[in-house]
Write a protein that binds this ligand. Structure first.
Ligand code: HEC
Length: 84
């Protein structure tokens, strides 16, 4: 019984970040679809997924300089998602 609770606890611990990242994905992709598809396709965005946080921070800063309207919070959300 104790072993079962231990396993259950581990499962919940492992499952929680999974849930959080699913939520991040849906928030980030909706921002990207709304804000980043005006000048080029989102393919251009997703092709670079997994690049470093620094790369994305610089990139998003540049895109905002080009005129992308987004809040700092939205920028952080997509940088977080795209650098994973
Ligand atoms: C106002 C127009 C505009 C919007 C909106 C825009 N971009 Fe861009 N984007 C550009 C231009 C122009 C280029 C090509 C020149 C360059 O790379 O600086 C580009 C290029 C890119 C590249 C390729 C860079 C490389 O080095 O390969 C990525 C990635 C990118 N954009 C991501 C985004 C993301 C993420 C968003 C939403 C936050 C976004 N863009 C919104 C204009 C825009």
């Amino acid at each position: 019984m104790l072993k079962f609770i231990g396993v259950l606890g581990m499962f919940l611990l492992l499952a929680t970040p999974g849930f959080a990242s699913g939520d991040l994905e849906s928030r980030a992709t909706s921002i990207i679809n709304q804000k980043c598809a005006m000048c080029h396709s989102t393919k251009r965005v997703y092709r670079n997924k997994g690049r470093s946080k620094q790369w994305w921070t610089k990139n998003v800063k540049r895109m905002r300089e080009y005129g992308t309207q987004m809040t700092d919070e939205e920028a952080r959300t997509i940088v977080e998602y795209l650098s994973k």
